[in-house]
Design a binder for this molecule. Structure first.
Ligand SMILES: Cc1cc2nc3c(=O)[nH]c(=O)nc-3n(C[C@H](O)[C@H](O)[C@H](O)COP(=O)(O)O)c2cc1C
Length: 198
């Protein structure tokens, strides 16, 4: 069996903590994937507010490694450590801005910068609304240096039946944006007029 893909999952303090949890749940089920988790202090707060106080210990237990955001000397802070990509879900404007302009003051943003400098995929599920020009400029800057901005928006055309469906669709799409065939998960797709044909 070939080596496992290391995937970094950063959870920052934007709304939508459940999406980050679902991404980790999917990746943790895959024996070919090792999740390196970084949860910001603000995300600890949103996890507790939005899901409950049991969410964080459950999440930490799913990870292959749970890194403290203050540990800027962790393995994933170095480009020489072999990981295959990173998702930040949800991604706050603070974390987006820090990544966009290289304000690398914690492990989450340092690991994100490492993906960019090593030319690996970095998927940012930026969550804020409404957006002012500074937010939009930060997204442009992050895109120009190589990140993929993928706001966590429902795919209404897939007719989700519940919030859990919405969370799952967004989580699967984010994982598949890593572009790693071994890590990809089955995701609902729109087939248009080809629906039902083989
Ligand atoms: C319940 C709650 C919801 C929040 N939602 C958002 C949000 O959707 N987007 C955002 O950019 N910040 C949001 N924030 C504010 C961030 O948590 C705050 O800016 C924090 O400093 C982000 O830090 P981090 O990027 O290190 O996680 C929210 C905070 C709380 C407590």
């Amino acid at each position: 069996m070939s080596e496992r893909h290391g995937v970094v999952v950063g959870i920052s303090g934007a709304s939508g903590a459940a999406i980050g949890v679902r991404i980790v749940e999917h990746l943790a089920q895959n024996p070919r994937c090792a999740v390196h988790l970084v949860v910001s202090p603000a995300a600890e707060r949103t996890l507790a507010e939005e899901i409950g106080t049991t969410a964080l210990p459950r999440l930490r237990a799913l990870a292959f490694r749970d890194h403290a955001p203050s540990d800027v000397g962790a393995s994933i802070a170095s480009g020489s450590f072999p990981v295959s990509g990173m998702i930040v879900a949800p991604c706050s404007i603070r974390t987006l801005s820090a990544i966009a302009w290289g304000q690398l003051d914690n492990l989450l943003v340092r690991a994100a910068d490492v993906q960019l400098k090593e030319r690996r995929r970095l998927v940012l599920l930026v969550r804020e609304s409404p957006l002012h020009l500074g937010h939009l400029r930060a997204m442009v800057q992050a895109t120009e240096i190589g990140a993929i901005i993928a706001p966590p928006l429902p795919a209404f055309y897939l007719k989700p039946q519940s919030l859990s469906d919405v969370v799952d669709q967004i989580a699967c799409r984010a994982i598949n944006l890593l572009g790693l065939p071994d890590v990809a998960v089955p995701a609902q797709q729109w087939h248009g007029e080809d629906a039902g044909r083989t």
